[in-house]
Design a protein around this ligand. Structure first.
Ligand code: AMP
Length: 471
């Protein structure tokens, strides 16, 4: 099947990937022995669907558009072929950036670089991750020594380009990871700037968890005759996860959360709030109720985020309170509970959130707290997943006023009250000019937290992508 994008460029779609690539082990994917050794050392026995489908066309030099989210093994899907092709030829002289991987968040960028370390263990490839919120000097020194692969968040990348520390003029591979999140975070102009700095002849990869029209347009603007791969796990995860909706007043949400956490003795749960302030407040409130929790969001320092995640992973912190942006890319196994403390206004985000649980064949439960301002969001979510989520009316705080009205349309319910300030122009959040923090400055704590606030607003009215489960 071929999809023609608006730009007129073609994308080949692998709708039946298993049939197209009937491979069951890494050996048959055409990877070098160095990479096979590294993969074996990682304990990977069989390629995941996105790896099975992406690696052969990428090794053949094709562009790839992948609909896949974190947790599907997509990093290896692009890292392995990039490493293999790069190690085939070794340019003489000082190293220069041959592969650029753009990632929306620091956490994801760090995870990607960590995967590159693992997969390139037996290769002479030098890589580095750069992102904001930390001193730039070590990053600059690494750049000056010479690199083959650069993993970066857009803000710090452009910052260092502007300072003359980075030359993208000889990039052979460009990977845009989590493209939908990039757009939601207002990075489109940064991406466009980066694209202008890349040489025309190069191989491109775009990965996105969802495929709304904006991403298809972006893909069409720089991918060439790309193979499209769709391994979106919507049906798989949603089916395996027990879901419950609880209608409730906003003021009662905290008490309900505490009650469930205590009654169900939650040891590994993630609570999603809409704003970073909401996350901070909730952590304090949980603490007052004797529940150990940590917040993770864009206003937290890198150190605080790493500490919170480590505590969550090792079980010392049972509850992580997160905003969507900060939580993206976090891959923690064994999450038993997901709480949609605030329902997301974007239906696909709901699917991503609840997909945090029930990983690797385990089961999990996802609670959605729906207050009267969020009933339209519930309508949108149910429309996307195609069925009504079971309602728990038996809890102590059940509130009929939050139940969607018959025929209610998806989307935000207009709240009565003073008129909101009008947003001018494009959805992109106002920024100071850099998307990563400025050095030596208090404002350095901005960046993705600002976007978290604007994220919900920015995505309103997005088209829903239609995803198919290939398995
Ligand atoms: P990613 O979606 O790239 O973030 O990968 C998610 C997790 O899956 C990471 O912890 C990887 O180490 C792991 N992983 C990637 N590929 C495989 C594989 N073929 N078999 C088992 N685990 C894998």
């Amino acid at each position: 099947m071929r999809t023609v994008l608006r730009s007129g460029k073609k994308i080949s779609s692998l709708s039946n990937p298993i049939g197209d690539y009937p491979m069951t082990n890494f050996d048959s994917l055409g990877l070098s022995k160095e990479l096979l050794r590294a993969v074996e050392y990682q304990g990977y026995s069989t390629p995941t669907p996105v790896q099975e489908q992406s690696i052969p066309p990428l090794l053949a030099g094709r562009d790839v558009l992948g609909v896949a989210q974190t947790g599907t093994g997509k990093t290896a899907a692009f890292a392995l072929p990039v490493l293999q092709i790069m190690s085939r030829s070794k340019p003489q002289g000082k190293r220069y950036i041959r592969a650029l991987i753009l990632s929306p968040t620091r956490e994801l960028a760090a995870q990607i670089e960590e995967r590159f370390s693992a997969y390139s263990e037996h290769l002479d490839i030098r890589h580095k991750v750069i992102f904001g919120g930390v001193k730039q000097n070590p990053q600059v020194r690494a750049l000056q020594r010479g690199l083959d692969i650069l993993v970066a968040t857009p803000g710090r990348l452009l910052d260092l380009i502007n300072q003359g520390h980075i030359d993208l003029g000889r990039v052979e591979f460009f990977v845009l990871d989590e493209a939908d999140r990039m757009l939601d975070m207002g990075f489109i102009r940064d991406i466009e700037k980066v694209l202008k700095l890349l040489p025309k002849r190069r191989q491109n990869l775009l990965f996105s968890a969802t495929m709304p029209k904006s991403i298809a347009d972006l893909a069409g603007s720089f991918l060439n005759d790309a193979i499209m791969i769709d391994v979106s796990p919507k049906e798989v995860t949603v089916d395996r996860i027990e879901q419950k909706i609880m209608f409730i007043r906003k003021v009662d949400k905290r008490r309900l959360l505490v009650k469930i956490i205590k009654e169900e003795k939650v040891k590994c749960g993630i609570v999603f709030t809409r704003t970073k302030h909401g996350a901070n407040r909730l952590v304090k409130q949980l603490d007052q109720s004797g529940i150990n929790a940590a917040a993770i969001h864009g206003n937290k320092s890198q150190g605080a985020r790493t500490k919170a995640l480590a505590g969550f992973k090792n079980g010392s912190i049972p509850i992580l309170v997160a905003t969507d942006i900060a939580s993206r890319g976090i891959d923690v196994e064994g999450i038993t509970h997901v709480f949609n403390y605030d329902l997301p206004n974007e239906p696909e985000v709901y699917v991503h959130r609840i997909g945090r649980t029930a990983r690797a064949g385990r089961s999990g439960i996802a609670y959605g707290f729906c207050d009267n301002s969020e009933s339209g969001y519930l309508v949108g979510i149910q429309r996307l997943i195609g069925y009504e989520i079971p309602v728990d009316e038996k809890h102590d705080f059940h509130f009929v006023g939050a139940i969607p009205k018959p025929g209610q349309r998806p989307g935000k319910i207009k709240e009565k009250g003073p008129a909101k300030k009008k947003q001018h122009g494009h959805k992109r959040p106002q920024r100071n000019s850099k998307s990563e923090p400025k050095r030596h400055h208090h404002r350095s704590k901005r960046n993705d937290s600002q976007r978290e606030r604007t994220d919900n607003r920015g995505t309103r009215g997005r088209t829903h992508s239609r995803r198919s489960n290939n398995r």
